[in-house]
Design a protein around this ligand. Structure first.
Ligand code: 5AD
Ligand code: SF4
Length: 466
């Protein structure tokens, strides 16, 4: 659209220069890590002179950053690719389409050769080769690089913050995963685990703080196995140290992190969380299942008892900490009894929130190669519904306990429903909605007293003396 306008203006005014800017459009699916990867890609494209557009008809390059973790996400991506193809065919200057990320390796043949709906396929460790790949595509070829790396962390790349609220940002601290949970495709799509240089992480966080950001979330598939060795001095930096360094940038910069792993989360990390008020009291600690037999088949590396002991350690060391989880229903061979054990474990762990999924078999995983996906779909969905219903009750109970308490809240912006209300989060990562008061703006900390709660939100008002 904007390009059409530029062309019209050019014909009206002979002295106007033609808009030669090249534009990229990028759409992202899946986890927060993927969103952060898109920000790295955006940074590389901007170094090449491309500018972002939100209108695909105006774009020269259209990218879709994909997710493979569940079948449903893959279906969505395919639908979008067909849509891109139809739009590209309908406009004067068709754009080129690139697939980025997790689906790249698996789908490259199908997407490039058989269906011919994309021009470029770029795996998660190959973004630095975008200049060459784009050149190939522009000369009419199809281009592909899906090589995984043991070293790439994009440590030196300053991500362009896409769709940011200017207050909170995400920083990838590691890539890949070595855990090989039997249901999970991530080790195959994102490769071996590697940790990013902590000095570049701290510098990125400090720069964000200087630019007005007040919250950073450190991202990794398993942050507890973060381990970096200085190539010259041999200095070893673990996650607790990284947290400490980030927390010491400024007390007004909140530090969050995700995802923690029950088998690796140490008391040392918990003590660091307890020690620094600006490290948020919130841990995302996926349990996946409450049955030891299923956990073993999932190859998670812990038992129910171990998990619940970790919850106790959190309560002991960081008493005001909220814990959320991921849960899979209907994993191979799961019985009604196993399912009941998951429901019980959810109650015991008192999750404030959970991401809940029906099991979906993923190619190449240990489960796909060795186990039968034998729980009927209706049963998986029914169990999922039960898990969702229970979590709703737990979340409501959790939130109701907060009525009457006062929390420090970081203002993120206007509430979705009303421009006369702000939204923000407390340290426990709960969304808090409250009426605006003159003199406050996004990025400010305020104290909010909680008056009411739903299963998803806390409602309150700003207090000046707490
Ligand atoms: N089926 C269903 N859920 C899955 N997850 C990962 N792989 C699968 C799968 N094959 C869920 C897990 C993980 C979250 C990111 O996605 O709960 O923690
Ligand atoms: Fe997948 Fe397990 Fe690694 Fe998480 S820890 S990304 S579930 S293999």
């Amino acid at each position: 659209m904007a390009r059409d306008r530029a062309v019209v203006e050019e014909t009206k005014c002979a002295s106007a220069t033609r808009d030669t800017t090249r534009y990229y459009y990028i759409e992202t699916y899946g986890c927060q890590m993927n969103f952060n990867d898109s920000e790295i890609v955006a940074s590389l494209l901007e170094q090449m002179g491309y500018r972002a557009t939100t209108d695909i008809k105006n774009a020269d390059l259209v990218f879709i950053n994909t997710c493979s973790i569940r079948e449903k996400a893959e279906e969505t991506v395919r639908r979008r690719l067909r849509y891109f193809q139809s739009v590209s065919k309908s406009i004067d200057r068709p754009f080129k389409v690139g697939v980025l990320g997790c689906m790249a390796e698996r789908m490259k043949k199908q997407l490039l050769e058989e269906e011919q709906i994309v021009d470029m396929v770029v795996g998660p460790d190959a973004y630095r080769s975008l200049p060459q790949l784009i050149e190939e595509v522009e000369s009419g070829q199809r281009a592909v690089n899906v090589l995984l790396s043991r070293e790439e962390t994009y440590a030196d790349i300053q991500p362009v913050r896409l769709g940011s609220n200017g207050v909170s940002a995400f920083i990838s601290i590691m890539r890949g995963c070595d855990n090989m949970c039997s249901f999970c495709v991530v080790p195959f799509t994102r490769g071996r685990e590697r940790s990013r240089d902590p000095y570049t992480i701290v510098a990125e966080a400090a720069d964000l703080f200087d630019r007005g950001y007040r919250e950073v979330t450190l991202l990794g598939q398993n942050v507890d196995s973060y381990r970096w060795v200085h190539p010259q001095t041999g200095e070893v930096v673990h996650f607790a140290k990284l947290l400490q360094w980030c927390a010491e940038i400024d007390p007004r910069l909140r530090i969050r992190f995700s995802t923690s792993h029950p088998k690796d989360m140490t008391d040392e990390v918990l003590h660091t969380i307890a020690q620094y008020p600006n490290i948020c009291k919130y841990i995302h600690l996926p349990i996946q299942s409450g049955s030891d037999r299923i956990l073993e088949l999932m190859r998670r590396g812990y038992t129910r008892e171990w998990y619940l002991e970790r919850i106790e350690a959190i309560r002991r060391i960081v008493p005001d900490c909220a814990v959320s989880s991921d849960i899979i229903t209907g994993f191979c061979t799961e019985t009604e009894e196993d399912h009941q054990m998951t429901l019980q474990a959810m109650e015991e762990a008192d999750f404030c929130m959970s991401y809940m999924f029906a099991y979906s078999e993923r190619p190449r995983t240990w489960a796909a190669r060795n186990l039968k996906d034998d729980v009927p779909r209706e049963v998986k969905i029914r169990r999922l519904e039960e898990v969702i219903q229970l979590q709703k009750q737990l979340s409501l109970r959790h939130n109701r306990r907060d009525i009457g308490k006062t929390f420090e809240v970081l203002i993120e912006g206007d509430s979705k429903r009303s421009s006369s209300h702000f939204k923000g989060r407390n340290s426990q990562n709960k969304m808090v909605i409250f009426p605006k008061v003159n003199g406050y703006q996004p990025g400010d900390y305020v104290y909010v007293r909680i008056d009411d709660a739903t299963s998803a939100t806390l409602l309150g008002h700003i207090v000046t003396n707490h």
